[in-house]
Ligand binder design. Structure first.
Ligand code: SDX
Length: 420
């Protein structure tokens, strides 16, 4: 039995043999199938639902089995046993760091947490109610103006330096946009604090000499950052790879990823879930809300996934993390509505036949809100850790000899042959 596909073009009766590799056929092999006066066949796949656009060794997902692995390690083990910076190192370098590598990695990121004061000024010049995702997108794109050497993406040392800079600076940029929205002074990074402790301090420190984050909240944030770090070829990673395919540096490429993540169908869903729960208000309204979803009036935000046709393994872990956080902050009253909503949806044929389960965004917002963050900051909390995933994918993209500048075809539906 040969690893080939035999295709018969019934328009001509001609047969073609196309090789199957990695359970795919190369779309370019279809070009040979043609009829006179027409170009050869190509594929049409809106949203790239059934199209592999790259090879990657970073993340493996089995959507039917609900499996998620970073570089071969199950997400459950990483969330249980690692810190976010260990996982960021794993995504970027392919293996977990030994103690010496981890110490050097943490030190090199700690020393790069500051941003140029002009980046701070960029945030200061936005309106008080600027959405922090828009501010973050602008600030990250703006980082390119301070590190133009990032364009030398063919230089491994430059790639490595930009990676460390971006991982280090995302929490600072995020915290600045949050403090700006409240009219509060910005809090500078403190080298004596861990990555997540320092982020919480930059968000919430007020007049006290030293902000002390509850270790249970620090650990919960580590877990959330690990769970959000990468997710193979999602929409925002595809945006990063597409911009990188034109020969762009990580700042420019990742600002495009932030833009894609901002969308409510993608990372913006965690903000949309909280607004949905606010609109539902209380459990007595859940039935009519579900009816509205089934009538097609709106989506049940935080449910459904292009790949997972089972429970998103991250949602299960986040649901458990809720309890750890609520021990400190008090239970978010919206938890009950969310749990009731989930219980009803999981029993309802409409959701079951469409294999709609809670995804990573369904419960995460409840934690961010319990930490005291407004809904506008929720997707920012997603973008910070996803930066290490985007960077690991950017690194693959820029050195992959099979890759070309992204330039898909189209099916032209417009008029032809007009003249003025
Ligand atoms: C993330 O790709 C990733 O890996 C993303 C992510 C990551 O880590 O990077 O996991 C993060 O983006 C998670 C998803 C967050 N988005 C939301 O929670 C928004 C709500 N979900 C949907 O918009 C939707 O489920 C998507 C966008 C997530 C997936 O959409 P698909 O795969 O394109 O599926 P579809 O829109 O074709 O839906 C199939 C059917 C449709 O019904 P019919 O037309 O067949 O009748 O399911 C319905 C959809 O209407 N449907 C929903 C629904 N999601 C799909 N109906 C109600 N509520 C929903 N949430």
């Amino acid at each position: 039995m040969s690893e080939t596909l035999t295709i018969t073009d019934n328009r001509t009766g001609q047969s073609y043999e196309v090789p199957i590799t990695d359970n795919t056929i190369n779309a370019v092999d279809l070009r040979q199938i043609s009829v006179p006066d027409q170009p050869g066949l190509s594929t049409y796949d809106p949203g790239l639902v059934n199209t592999s656009a790259c090879r990657s060794a970073v993340t493996y997902i089995d959507g039917d089995a609900g499996i998620l692995e970073y570089r071969g390690y199950p997400i459950e083990q990483l969330a249980e046993q690692c810190t976010y910076l260990e996982v960021a190192y794993l995504l970027i370098h392919g293996d977990l760091p030994n103690p010496e590598q981890l110490a050097a990695w943490e030190a090199s990121i700690t020393q790069r947490r500051f941003v140029h004061e002009n980046v701070k000024a960029l945030t200061e010049k936005t309106r008080h109610d600027a959405h922090p995702m828009a501010t973050m997108m602008a600030s990250v794109a703006g980082l390119h103006t301070f590190y133009p050497a990032g364009r030398r993406y063919d230089d491994p040392a430059s790639r490595d330096l930009q990676v460390r800079r971006l991982i280090a600076k995302m929490p600072t940029i995020a915290a600045y946009s949050y403090r700006h929205s409240l009219g509060l002074p910005y809090v500078y990074p403190l080298d004596t604090l861990s990555y997540t402790e320092n982020f919480l301090a930059m968000l919430f420190k007020m007049g006290e000499p030293r902000y002390k984050a509850d270790p249970r909240l620090v650990r919960a944030l580590e877990v959330l950052f690990i769970l959000h770090a990468d997710h193979e070829q999602n929409c925002s990673t595809t945006a990063v790879r597409t911009v990188a395919s034109a020969g762009n540096d990580p700042y420019t490429s990742i600002s495009a990823g932030i833009g894609a993540l901002f969308g409510p169908l993608h990372g913006g869903a965690n903000e949309a879930v909280l607004r949905m729960l606010d609109r539902i208000g209380d459990q007595s309204n859940i039935g009519s809300f579900i009816d509205g979803v089934k009538a097609g009036n709106e989506k049940l935000m935080g449910f459904g996934h292009r790949v997972y046709k089972n429970y998103d393994p991250r949602a299960r872990i986040i649901k458990d993390a809720c309890h750890d956080v609520f021990e400190v902050t008090g239970v978010n009253p919206k938890l009950e509505i969310a749990q009731e909503l989930e219980a009803i949806a999981l029993e309802d044929e409409y959701f079951k036949e469409r294999k709609l389960y809670p995804n990573v965004d369904f419960y995460s917002g409840l934690i961010y809100e319990a930490l005291g963050l407004p809904p506008e900051m929720f997707t920012v909390m997603f973008a910070i850790p996803r930066t290490s995933g985007w960077l690991s994918q950017w690194l693959e993209q820029v050195v992959d000899s099979e890759q070309k500048i992204a330039r898909p075809k189209q099916i032209y539906t417009g008029k032809r042959g007009r003249s003025l």
